[in-house]
Design a protein around this ligand. Structure first.
Ligand code: FAD
Ligand code: NAD
Length: 483
């Protein structure tokens, strides 16, 4: 086999593997290099998302929710359950089996589409050449008309709480715990902190989250963030805002090892907490280590991401970069769409990604989901706007399911009536917000949504009512806006 390809992709996460599959579908001779190994020491595709991110975290969120629900969510339905048992290693084993099934699925998809899958490390040289070091250490230079870098991201470390993989862990460690920690500390109340904090809280840990910012979920719509914080606090998560962690110290030995965390609270006073485990999840940074030869021509931006234009072209001709390693939200679906765009552009198409309409979800219970602009962003832009909200407590379907917490909030342009954003905390928020995302892609107005027939009884009626409420026509709540 010749070592000359139309496309060489470095990294087989959701950005890279999707790009490779689409490129091969378009008739391009494509190879995809991946350096990750599974617990058996074998090369594995799927990147962070499939191995240690989206999928394993959702598997544990679903398992832990079942455990929580049978204990706390059954009685009101007239169902009495005694002695719910917990087998954490079995729960983790189920998660591992799902990861295995999906990562093997990528191998199957590569084969079916004719992608050459190469396990080992890729390094970009000048002139679109890629130095490929296979798992035995053998080095080959691959030539390509196009190289796509999809090397992903890694957790940010903080010197005040260095991860030791035992007591102080990152998100990957938090997906592997074999027993429920009595007290679990979490530094960073962002997406990972809330999702993994929720997993272990539901399984019985006392969870304390120490968050540096004074606003909770600062990038989200603040009305929805405040409602979310109320709901999580009711579930038992102890969320402390405005905290600055100043140090951590391991105490004890062997199995009784704990960590003492020192921090300055919102009032500026020093406080200490002892935890059995501490998760550090203060964000992720682009991963570019040992990836770029000095003369490869690819530049980084001030945040360490690979610099790309709106079509994911780097400033080296024929070199592209997609996913977490470039600007924008670190989300699997954002990277995958970039992967498709790049493959299609290489094949001569004019594909674009609409960065204004990318959904964002926190998979706690109930889910928090958003698309488009927040009220704060619209207000700051100075554009005139109106708001329609609908609380789930007024939804028949939500009440039937005992899912009455939360609301749908739709932000609409005052004059054009176009939907500018939608923010939901509530049951199935991820799927509901996707409906609004589809509407926004087609330039929908609130009236367009209002005129559609929504099935009854469904949770999506809450989206319908929020759209109606934006113009003062809601039927199942009193309207704030009179029309
Ligand atoms: P990655 O998935 O990180 O893949 C990059 C791959 O490149 C890796 O496999 C790496 O080994 C490989 N690589 C790097 N350098 C080289 C090299 N030199 N040679 C060969 N291979 C190399 N996002 C969501 O949208 N929804 C979620 O629910 C969600 N949950 C998450 C939960 C957790 C706990 C975490 C940590 C992340 C979560 N994310 C979620 C984020 C999501 O996982 C990332 O946005 C996504 O994986 C990024 O895809 P990527 O392909 O850019 O990078
Ligand atoms: P994040 O940016 O969501 O949250 C990090 C939090 O840590 C922020 O609230 C930040 O203010 C806080 N923080 C930073 N430094 C701190 C410090 N020294 N002390 C206390 N708090 C501090 O990042 P994350 O939760 O680590 O997740 C990383 C990325 O992974 C996210 O950007 C997200 O895009 C992706 N992810 C997505 C999902 C999802 O889509 N459901 C789930 C998990 C992760």
């Amino acid at each position: 086999m010749s070592d000359k390809y139309d496309v060489v992709v470095i990294g087989a996460g959701p950005a890279g593997y999707v790009c490779a599959i689409r490129a091969a579908q378009l008739g391009l001779k494509t190879a995809c290099i991946e350096k990750m190994k599974n617990s058996e020491g074998k090369g594995v595709n799927g990147g962070t998302c499939l191995n240690v991110g989206c999928i394993p975290s959702k598997a544990l969120l679903d398992s832990s929710y079942k455990f929580w629900e049978i204990q706390h969510g059954s009685d009101q339905h007239g169902i009495t359950i005694k002695d719910a048992g917990l087998d954490v290693p079995k729960m983790i084993g189920r998660k591992d089996a799902i990861v295995k099934q999906l990562t093997q699925g990528i191998a199957g998809l590569f084969k079916a589409n004719g992608v050459t899958s190469l396990f080992g490390t890729g390094r970009l040289l000048a002139e679109r050449k890629v130095e490929y070091t296979d798992e035995s250490g053998k080095v080959t230079v691959l030539e390509a008309d196009n190289v796509v870098i999809a090397s992903g991201s890694q957790p940010i470390d903080i010197p005040v709480a260095p991860v030791d993989g035992e007591v102080i862990i990152d998100s990957t460690g938090a997906l592997e715990l074999q027993a429920v920690p009595g007290r679990l500390g979490v530094i960073g109340a962002g997406v990972i902190g809330l999702e993994l904090g929720s997993v272990w809280n539901r399984l019985g840990s006392e969870v304390v989250l120490l968050e540096a910012m004074e606003d909770f979920l600062a990038i989200m719509d603040q009305q929805i963030a405040k409602e979310t914080k109320k709901i999580l606090t009711k579930q038992g998560l102890d969320i402390r805002l405005g905290c600055r962690v100043t140090g951590s110290q391991i105490k004890g030995r062997g199995k009784s090892k704990k960590v003492e965390v020192t921090y300055l609270g919102a009032d500026g006073a020093e406080a200490k907490e002892i935890f059995d485990k501490l998760i550090v999840c203060v964000g992720r940074r682009p991963f570019t280590e040992n990836l770029l030869a000095p003369d490869c021509g690819v530049a980084l931006d001030e945040r360490g991401s690979i610099y790309v234009n709106e079509h994911c072209a780097t400033n080296a001709p024929g070199v592209w970069a997609v996913g977490d390693v470039v600007r924008g939200p670190m989300l699997a679906h954002k990277g995958s769409e970039e992967g498709v765009m790049v493959a299609e552009r290489i094949a001569g198409h004019k594909t674009q990604v609409n960065y204004d309409i990318i959904t964002n979800v926190v998979y706690i219970h109930p889910e928090v989901a958003s698309v488009g602009r927040t009220e704060e962003q619209v207000k700051q832009s100075g554009e005139p706007y109106k708001i329609g909200t609908f609380p789930f407590v007024a939804s028949g379907r939500a009440l039937a399911a005992d899912e009455k917490d939360g609301l749908v909030k739709m932000i609409v342009h005052e004059e054009s009536d176009r939907v500018l954003g939608c923010h939901i905390v509530g049951p199935s928020a991820a799927d509901l917000v996707q409906q609004v995302a589809i509407a926004m892609e087609f330039g929908s107005t609130a009236e367009d949504l209002a005129l559609m027939v929504f099935g009854h009884p469904t949770l999506s009626e809450a989206v319908h009512e929020a759209a109606l409420a934006a113009n003062g026509h809601a039927i199942h709540i009193p309207n704030k806006r009179k029309r």
